[in-house]
Design a protein around this ligand. Structure first.
Ligand SMILES: [Zn+2]
Length: 705
């Protein structure tokens, strides 16, 4: 009887065979380890099949060994028969991926299911994790205050996790080119990058191509595009050119001028310095953080360029080759030039450092057809004028719309190819559970990746933040398998319009878990079991589905709701009864409603504490430690939610004794102080902000007195 096992990401072609391969118990140290392969392959083999069994595994690495329709460099063939195991791949990465699948075929201590697999990913770069507190580059969520050694250990686990589930992109740090973010930062990151590269994983560092943190001085404890004052200020010019933030004319001085040769030279130097010091797997670069062609990029970026830029790029059309496209290409060439300058025996930045270039003009979700055609022309004209580009990806926001039956991003990828441009696209898909517009535990929406796919370039689902292991697996599943097929997770593309409507409605209602993911035999339940084992897996599955009637998740991280959504401002402003509840900052419809909402969340978070702390006692190793930490943060979240509920009840007119609030605040302080607070950098970790959160809450308590 052949039984299919759960494997994620699911291999493209899989044929289950009769029987099992059982490793003999008396094999001894017969064969020499694979001296010809890298040490990592040998190490992985050890951990999967045990020492001394190598003779039963045949490995062939040979360019051309495996024929795959996309990304052949990561494809593999894996055959497990009763006689032994055979692996073929074009590269060592393919072998490493085959071994991860083999690991999931294990049925018992020395027994593997018999199977024949041919597998390859649909996208070359699959960015499934973003362990940050805010946006795509701010605040390391892996920072728990237990010191730098523990932080580095956690990062290595994060990289191992990526390899184990076959994704290869993780956002790590930003938005600054500071190589001294903490003492020893450059060398710590260099080691981490080397560790990741051996595992085929790119660690992504974000920063601005223009001089200074995007939107200027509107910082609120470090939002993605506006840093703590002082961060990110590297270059300015003393005349205005190309305003970045439409509301802030001072941002036209922030190193924005593309025509200033001295400034450009300094930027190349800065990039070379950073790349040399850190040896990153990828740089994620924003210039002006503007999405719309007509509303932002043309009037603020291009119409406001300085006389030098006008002379150099005379065309007033943003999309023209000797207009905006020329200037943008020149600004991005800075990074291609910098990469070309960093090359050593074991690191060649023009290959080892991918450039993920976003903005200006990455498009809003489903931009109008007319505007999209401009954006298409713009990026084609940028691509044609760039030097190098095999390592370049243009970042674009999700586009569900199609042109003649072809997705917009797929079409643009094809046009780039047909025009002989080596650059590819990266889809930046806001697919829910992003700790940005919502704090959902899990989102099924990456199943829609196919609708917004940019072909075999890069896929980035904007989730996979802290405490989202199953989400990271799902992002990987849906980026490895972007195309729809029977029994797979990807949704069919019969009707992209309908798909988009469902996407928008689900985001608006914060209802992001598909029915099929709520069942005990669905992908999500199986993934939880795979991660945490049977018993803890059940509890963690239950946790994934936690959601209040208002659509909120348990409060595991305070950053979004206390800082980003500006709790203090909301508490001191009048309610907005007709505001769109789906908008980013969750406006308060009425104080009573807000109180109810926080009350629900407090109760839900208490339930979450029980589930997660019970699960943590059943799971060993670093995943168990992560669950224990999660339970700690959830306890703090539950107390915080209960306190905020009281604040809104008071705002609604209820008599709330100051003593009650003071006691709650004091309890919260004790819980926070009980945790370690050894942070390498003030700009890191949820816990590093604990005293800031307390100060905000304290202010809120005093405000209504
Ligand atoms: Zn200029």
């Amino acid at each position: 009887m052949t039984t299919a096992q759960f494997i994620t990401p699911c291999p493209k072609q899989i044929e289950w065979k009769e029987g099992e391969f059982a490793l003999p118990s008396d094999i001894g140290q017969t064969k020499k380890p694979f001296s010809c392969y890298n040490r990592l392959i040998t190490k992985e083999l050890h951990s999967i099949i045990g020492k001394g069994s190598f003779g039963l595994v045949k490995i062939r690495i040979d360019d051309g060994a495996v024929d795959a329709p996309s990304v052949p460099s990561q494809a593999y063939m894996l055959k497990v028969s009763q006689e032994g195991i055979e692996i073929s791949a074009n590269t060592e990465t393919g072998v490493l991926y085959a071994l991860q699948t083999l690991r999931q075929l294990k049925r018992g201590p020395r027994r593997f299911a018999c199977v024949s697999i041919l597998d390859w990913p649909d996208a070359e770069l699959r960015i499934a994790a973003r362990p940050l507190l805010c946006g795509e580059a701010t605040r390391s969520a892996l920072e728990w205050g237990d010191g730098k050694a523990a932080l580095m250990r956690r990062w290595r686990h994060e990289i191992d996790f990526a390899l184990r589930y076959r994704y290869n992109g993780i956002f790590v740090h930003g938005f600054t080119w500071d190589t001294n973010a903490w003492r020893g930062f450059a060398s710590d990151m260099r080691k981490l990058n080397d560790y990741a590269r051996q595992r085929g994983v790119r660690l992504i560092f974000g920063g601005y191509g223009i001089g200074h943190g995007g939107w200027g001085e509107q910082a609120y404890i470090g939002e993605a595009h506006a840093f703590l004052p002082g961060f990110g200020h590297s270059f300015k010019q003393d005349y205005p050119c190309s305003q970045n933030n439409p509301n802030d004319p001072s941002t036209a001085f922030n190193g924005t001028c593309r025509g200033n040769a001295e400034l450009r030279r300094m930027k190349v130097e800065e990039a070379v310095r950073f790349i040399k010091a850190v040896r990153p797997g990828a740089l994620y670069i924003h210039h002006e953080d503007q999405s719309d062609f007509y509303a932002e990029c043309q009037p603020y970026f291009w119409d406001r360029r300085c006389p030098i830029c006008r002379k150099k790029w005379p065309d007033d059309a943003l999309e023209a080759a000797d207009g905006g496209a020329g200037a943008i290409a020149d600004g991005y060439n800075v990074y291609c030039e910098a990469c070309a300058k960093v090359k050593s025996d074991d690191y060649d930045a023009s290959m080892d450092c991918a450039l993920l270039l976003c903005s200006p003009c990455y498009g809003s979700t489903n931009t109008s057809p007319e505007e999209w055609s401009k954006i298409e022309t713009l990026w084609l004209n940028i691509a044609r004028q760039m030097k190098g580009g095999g390592n370049v990806f243009f970042g674009m926001r999700e586009q569900f719309a199609e042109i003649d039956g072809e997705g917009r991003l797929e079409r643009l990828s094809r046009l780039l190819r047909e025009n002989g441009c080596p650059q590819r696209l990266m889809t930046f898909f806001v697919s829910g559970a992003a700790l940005y517009g919502d704090n959902a535990v899990f989102s099924s929406l990456p199943a829609m990746n196919g609708a917004v796919s940019s072909g075999n370039g890069a896929m980035f689902d904007f989730s996979g933040v802290l405490f989202q292991r199953p989400q990271q697996l799902f992002n990987s599943e849906c980026s490895w398998n972007i195309g729809c097929r029977e029994g797979g997770e990807a949704l069919p593309l019969n009707d992209r319009k309908q798909l988009f409507d469902e996407y928008a409605a689900r985001l608006a209602k914060r209802d992001m878990v598909f029915e099929r993911h709520t069942t005990k035999d669905g992908w999500l339940a199986k993934a939880c079991e795979l991660l945490y084992g049977q018993k803890a897996g059940k509890l963690m599955f239950e946790y994934q589905l936690l959601r209040t009637p208002h659509g909120d998740g348990p409060l595991a991280l305070l950053y979004q709701q206390i800082v980003m959504e500006r709790l203090k401002e909301k508490l001191s402003s009048p309610p907005i009864p007709d505001a769109n509840p789906a908008s980013l900052k969750r406006p308060v419809a009425s104080y009573a409603d807000a109180a109810a909402r926080w009350g629900e969340q407090a109760a839900l978070t208490k339930r979450a504490v029980r589930l997660v702390s019970k699960a943590s006692s059943m799971v060993s190793g670093w995943l168990g430690e992560e669950l224990a930490h999660q339970a700690e943060r959830l306890r703090i979240g539950a107390e915080t939610a209960a306190l905020v509920e009281r604040l809104y009840r008071r705002r609604d007119g209820e008599n709330m004794p100051a003593e009650t609030l003071r006691r709650s605040l004091a309890k919260l302080r004790r819980m926070m102080l009980a945790l370690p607070h050894d942070y390498p950098s003030k700009n890191d970790g949820d816990g590093s902000l604990d005293m800031d959160y307390l100060a905000i809450l304290d202010d809120c308590c005093n405000d209504g007195r």
